[in-house]
Design a protein around this ligand. Structure first.
Ligand SMILES: Cc1cc2nc3c(=O)[nH]c(=O)nc-3n(C[C@H](O)[C@H](O)[C@H](O)COP(=O)(O)OP(=O)(O)OC[C@H]3O[C@@H](n4cnc5c(N)ncnc54)[C@H](O)[C@@H]3O)c2cc1C
Length: 300
C-alpha cells in the first residue's frame, strides 16, 4: 500500500489522504489530491520520488500554492508540498543560504534584520523561495534572478545537483526548472550591505503600493496573466470593460483588473471560463494575446 510506505518515509503527520487542494492554494480552489505530503529534508523528497517512480505514481511539486489553479477533478498521485517545512536560512556576511520552503516575506525580513538589501521587492510576494525560483518571481521592476548565486535541486534521475544562476535560463517569469522537471530544494542568494532604515522605507513603500492597488482581502493567485510586451494586462482588461465581470464565483477584481478573484465558492471551471472570456475579449478589442501567469495543475 502506497499510504503505509509514504507514512513510513515521512511520518503520519506529514501524509494526508484524499486531501482537498483548496486547503493548500491561495485561490482556495481545487479538488482532492490522492495524497499530499510534507517532506522535512531533502533525503525524504528523494525517497518519495524513488518510491513514486518505482510504483509508477505521478508526483506534483508545490511550494506555497500561490501561483496555481488546481482543477475541480483534483490531482492524481502524490502532491509534494515543500513550503510547509524546509524553512531554514543561514546568513554569512552578504550571502544567504536557504531551504526552498521558506517564504519570500520571511527571507526578505531576515535580510532586513541583517541590514542586507536586494530583497525588498519580494517582501509582499506570498510564495516560497522554491516557487519564486521556478517562476523567477518579480515585482516593481526587480526579479529574484538578480540576487541568485546558485540553485540546488533534485534532477529527474533523483540526483542532487547545484547550478550557477547563469545556467538557470532565467527570464521574465521563466526558468530552466520549468523544463527540466527538477525539484528545487535550496539556493544561495547574494545580497548587498545596506542601510536598515532605507531597507525598511523601501519595503514599507512597496507594501503600501500593494495594499492600495491589489485585492489582498480576496483569494487569488496574484496577477492572472503575464505582462504582454508593451502593455499592462490589467489596463487592457479594464479598457475592455471587464472590471467586475463575473462567471460563477470567479470575478475580475473591481480593485485591480489584472487579478481574477474567488468571491467565495468559485470552481476551477469558473476561473478557467473567465480566463478564456478575458483572453477572447481583449484579443478582439486590442489584438493582444494574454498568456496566463497562473499555472494550471490537475484535472479540469
Ligand atoms: C496576492 C498575490 C500577490 C502576488 N504578487 C506577485 C508578484 O508581485 N510577483 C510575482 O512574481 N508573483 C506574485 N504572485 C504569485 C506567486 O506568489 C509567485 O509566483 C510565487 O513565486 C509562487 O511561489 P509558490 O511557492 O507559491 O509556488 P506554487 O504556487 O506552489 O507553484 C508555482 C509553480 O512552481 C513550481 N514549484 C514550486 N515550488 C517548487 C520547487 N521547490 N521545485 C520545483 N518546482 C516548484 C510548481 O510546480 C508550480 O508550477 C502573487 C500571488 C498572490 C496570491
Amino acid at each position: 500500500m502506497i499510504e503505509s510506505k509514504l507514512v513510513s518515509l515521512l511520518g503520519e503527520k506529514n501524509v494526508l489522504k484524499d486531501e482537498p487542494m483548496k486547503n493548500h492554494t491561495t485561490f482556495k480552489i481545487g479538488g482532492k489530491a490522492d495524497f499530499v505530503v510534507f517532506p522535512e529534508i531533502e533525503e525524504q523528497i528523494i525517497a518519495v520520488l524513488n518510491l513514486l517512480k518505482s510504483e509508477n505514481i505521478p508526483a506534483t511539486v508545490l511550494g506555497n500554492g500561490s501561483n496555481i489553479l488546481v482543477g475541480d477533478g483534483g490531482i492524481d498521485g502524490v502532491v509534494i508540498i515543500i513550503g510547509k517545512n524546509m524553512k531554514n536560512a543561514e546568513i554569512n556576511g552578504t550571502t544567504v543560504k536557504a531551504q526552498c520552503g521558506i517564504l519570500l516575506s520571511r527571507i526578505a525580513n531576515l535580510a532586513y534584520e541583517n541590514s542586507l538589501t536586494g530583497l525588498e521587492f519580494a517582501s509582499g510576494i506570498p510564495g516560497s523561495l522554491g516557487g519564486a525560483l521556478y517562476m523567477n518571481a518579480g515585482a516593481y521592476g526587480e526579479e529574484l534572478c538578480t540576487v541568485v548565486k546558485d540553485v540546488t535541486f533534485i534532477d529527474k534521475d533523483n540526483n542532487i545537483k547545484t547550478i550557477e544562476a547563469k545556467n538557470c535560463d532565467f527570464g521574465y517569469r521563466r526558468s530552466v526548472f520549468m523544463e527540466n522537471g527538477a525539484v528545487i530544494t535550496s539556493c544561495t542568494l547574494s545580497l548587498k550591505e545596506g542601510n536598515k532604515e532605507d531597507i525598511k522605507a523601501k519595503t514599507d513603500d512597496l507594501k503600501e503600493r500593494r495594499v492600495s492597488k491589489q485585492p489582498l482581502d480576496k483569494p487569488s493567485a496574484g496577477s492572472t496573466f503575464k505582462r504582454p510586451e508593451g502593455y499592462f494586462a490589467g489596463t487592457l482588461i479594464e479598457q475592455s470593460g471587464l472590471k467586475g465581470f463575473t462567471i460563477g464565483g470567479a470575478q475580475v477584481s473591481e480593485k485591480h483588473a489584472g487579478f481574477v478573484i474567488n468571491t467565495g465558492n468559485a470552481t476551477a471551471k469558473d476561473v478557467l471560463s473567465l480566463i478564456e472570456h478575458i483572453q477572447k475579449t481583449v484579443y478582439e478589442k486590442f489584438g493582444v494575446t494574454l498568456c496566463p501567469e497562473v499555472k494550471m495543475i490537475g484535472k479540469f
